[in-house]
Design a protein around this ligand. Structure first.
Ligand code: PLP
Length: 385
């Protein structure tokens, strides 16, 4: 039996001939291993942007079941989707929450990131109206120039909130621009801790001080503080400091058609490829409408029948073409691996990232919502977190 036939017997989705497989046994093991190594420091699973394309609800549930105690999203809507699915664990919204979204966040018992007085005032109003304190984490910019109160302004900012009766300043955090770099991270951590010391001296102590992401907790262990926020590592993608647990995501499609074409035949839009010899071309139902990028560079190759095969012609929105002239023979229905393993061959998100000229975060986060996510084993929402 050929490798191609063997691959036809592996899992496939009933929803669409293009799908993402998510190995939640691997995810659970990754989370449990991180929790163990953190030795008592709580873990916040970062599931923003649909858990970097891995499916936020299921990833959050599996992470909580394997020892994470917090979840983080980028937006209020992402967090409310978790609540809607019945997730009761504490959730922090890491991104910018504008004043008009604060009431919905407080209703959903979300912790909101604050960095200006308008959001604080909106939290105070929502907390008073809803009769329970609004939870806030103050974000400090310690050297990334992205989002947050300047480190030197933290004491004054906290002081400005001291009269608020319906806001709990529960946490304070910063984010590292280069978590794999020891000296840059130590410098940011030093600024952050000094700002916290001055705030404490002025009379406010935060219950949760946090800073580390996947790379930083390992590079600078002192950055773990009261909570570690991790995303990439839990998903088994390579961390910026070069560590990698078990990959969770595979991205696959199926051969829809195979045809023999003569020398000189065009393949794809705009004469983007012309056959220099007679060849066999397979069409696969995946394209840039799925996040299978067209340009400026594309995937380059995919795996079919246990070997690498070059893409030919431009990737279009829903379809792409592959040169399958080389053995083993390829047939309609064969599985095509775009990220993952096929026999001994492997195409990782990191290899794809190198080809596309980006990082592994972007490769999986770009995978679009129309691709069915097949979680195995299934994650049930009626089981305890
Ligand atoms: C504020 C913040 N904290 C934590 C993380 C998690 O980072 P990582 O996935 O590298 O662990 C992110 C992700 O970009 C983030 O924006």
């Amino acid at each position: 039996m050929s490798d191609a036939r063997t691959s036809r017997e592996t899992f496939r989705s009933r929803q669409r001939p293009t799908w993402i497989e998510l190995n939640h046994e691997a995810l659970g093991r990754n989370v449990a291993a991180v929790v163990k190594e953190l030795a008592g420091v709580p873990l916040m699973a970062v599931v923003k942007a649909d858990a970097y394309g891995h499916g936020s609800v299921a990833v959050a549930r599996t992470a909580l079941r394997h020892g994470a105690s917090w979840v983080a999203t980028a937006t209020v809507a992402e967090a409310l989707a978790l609540r809607h699915d019945g997730i009761a664990a504490p959730i922090l919204v890491l991104g910018y929450t504008p004043p008009e979204q604060v009431a919905a966040a407080v209703t959903g018992r979300l912790a909101v990131t604050v960095l200006d007085s308008e959001v604080l005032a909106a939290l105070e109003r929502a907390g008073a109206e809803q009769g329970h304190p609004a939870s806030a984490h103050v974000k400090v910019d310690s050297g990334m120039s992205r989002l947050g109160v300047a480190a030197e302004e933290l004491p004054a900012f906290v002081q400005s909130a001291s009269e608020l009766r319906h806001v709990e300043l529960e946490g304070c955090y910063t984010h590292f621009r280069k978590g794999a770099d020891r000296s840059a991270t130590e410098a940011q951590l030093g600024l952050f801790l000094a700002a916290l010391d001055r705030t404490e001296a002025a009379g406010h102590q935060f219950r949760l001080r946090h800073a580390a992401n996947s790379a930083a907790w390992n590079t600078v262990p002192e950055s773990r503080l009261d909570l570690v926020r991790s995303g990439i590592e839990l998903l088994g993608l390579r961390t910026p400091d070069g560590r990698q647990r078990e990959p969770v995501l595979s991205f696959r499609t199926t051969v829809a058609q195979v045809r023999a074409i003569a020398e000189g035949t065009y393949v794809g839009y705009e004469d983007s490829y012309r056959a220099a010899r007679s060849m066999l071309v397979a069409t696969v139902p995946v394209g840039y409408g799925d996040g299978f990028r067209r340009g400026p560079r594309n995937w380059g190759t995919v795996l079919i029948g246990g070997r690498e095969r070059p893409l030919v012609g431009d990737v279009s929105m829903d379809l792409s073409m592959v040169d399958v002239s080389e053995p083993p023979e390829v047939a309609v229905g064969d599985i095509v691996t775009l990220i993952g393993k096929d026999g001994a061959a492997y195409l990782s998100a990191e290899m794809v990232a190198d080809r596309l000229g980006t990082n592994n975060y972007e490769v999986t986060t770009e995978l679009r919502g129309r691709i069915p996510r097949e979680v195995r084993p299934a994650v049930r929402s009626d089981e305890p977190e």
